[in-house]
Design a binder for this molecule. Structure first.
Ligand code: IPM
Ligand code: MN
Length: 346
């Protein structure tokens, strides 16, 4: 038997609702497998901040580090100033735990209504860099609030940081049937960072002769995501471009209710964190309308990361089957969770 120590961060808004369903499916798929899950629930997010002014303390981080993986619901609340929880909690977790691979698969499941008339087959994964770029907070402002204000947000791209995420992306491309890697950047304008990314892809690519390499400027990538999403297999890109194109990718493949992600530390020096791409959706919190599918698919990524490939496959197959047979009226959060749990059991 094996024990998985799981840190659970339900967070804000619909976070706790979708996490409950994710855990339901996790427990069900592992029932009788000999793998047990030890859960530690952490009170992090808006309510903690309101009560204590804390976002993520050193003690919280030390606790989290003792776990094998993290499941996170959503962070964000209209009652907290913009940036406080994002920077102080979510991004701090990604940076401190060195989640340099922000893995965001986009797959159009049969039966899903895409806003595209003829989407074709869509199955790609965006490897978004997770610890650098404009997200690091390298910037500042002077003369704030005056007509002469200057506000800088510097994108940080290190040879070390770019190489390690590009290596991860190539390894993923090599393992997929189509073996194609697309670098998305904007090297015609962002010449410093862009050329570092380009040179790195070229150098690492030499070690992967079977992977075909493609390049697309980020603006053109948004066109292709709508006109020809089937062209993508593995996309590697920086933190901000990756943030933007994965929302578009989610919209194209059936909406943010289905988009899963992993904040992965491939070197396993700290636990990786799995979360739906969507936010806390305060407008529908408590209504039972949130779709827990993205969280359940994030649980599949978590299982895969922990080496439980067969269980991961059962979870994603359950989602695929559930989607294929959807119809009738809308279902509640728990109805979807129950249906998925029923499919993975036994
Ligand atoms: C995401 C979110 C976050 C990001 C925000 C909430 C900081 O949009 O996970 O994509 O920009 O990375
Ligand atoms: Mn985002």
């Amino acid at each position: 038997t094996r024990t998985i120590d799981l840190a659970v961060i339900p967070g804000d808004g619909i976070g706790p609702e979708v996490v409950a369903e994710g855990l339901k499916v996790l427990d069900t798929v592992l029932a009788g497998s000999g793998v047990t899950v030890n859960r530690t629930e952490l009170d992090l997010g808006a309510s903690r901040w309101h009560a204590t002014g804390e976002t993520l303390t050193d003690a919280d981080l030390a606790t989290i580090r003792e776990h094998d993986a993290i499941l996170l619901g959503a962070i964000g609340d209209p009652g907290v100033p913009s940036g406080v929880l994002e920077r102080g909690l979510l991004l701090k977790l990604r940076f401190e735990l060195d989640h340099y691979v922000n893995l965001r698969p986009s797959r159009l499941f049969p039966g899903v209504a895409s806003p595209l008339a003829e989407p074709g087959e869509v199955d790609f994964v965006v490897v978004r860099e997770g610890t650098e770029g404009p997200y690091v907070g390298n910037g500042g402002a002077i003369r704030v609030g005056t007509p002469h204000e200057v506000a800088n947000e510097v994108s940080v791209n290190t040879a070390y940081g770019v190489e390690r995420v590009v290596r991860d992306a190539f390894a993923r491309a090599q393992a997929r049937p189509r073996r194609k890697l697309t670098l998305v950047h904007k090297h015609n304008v962002l010449v410093h960072a862009g050329h570092l990314w380009r040179r790195t892809v070229e150098a690492v690519g030499a070690e992967y002769p079977e992977v075909s390499v493609d390049y697309t400027h980020v603006d053109a990538a948004t066109i292709y995501l709508v006109t020809d999403p089937g062209r993508f297999d593995v996309v590697v890109t920086d933190n901000l471009f990756g943030d933007i194109i994965t929302d578009l990718a989610a919209a194209v493949t059936g909406g943010i209710g289905l988009a899963a992600s992993g904040n992965v530390n491939p070197d396993r020096t700290a636990p990786s964190m799995f979360e739906p791409v969507h936010g806390s959706a305060p407008d529908i919190a408590g209504t039972g309308k949130a779709d827990p599918t993205a969280t359940v698919l994030s649980v599949a990524l978590l299982l895969e990361h922990l080496g439980l490939a067969e269980e991961a496959e059962r979870v994603s197959s359950a989602v695929a089957a559930d989607i294929a047979e959807r119809g009738g009226g809308p279902r509640s959060t728990t109805e979807v969770g129950d249906a998925l749990a029923a499919r993975v059991s036994g």
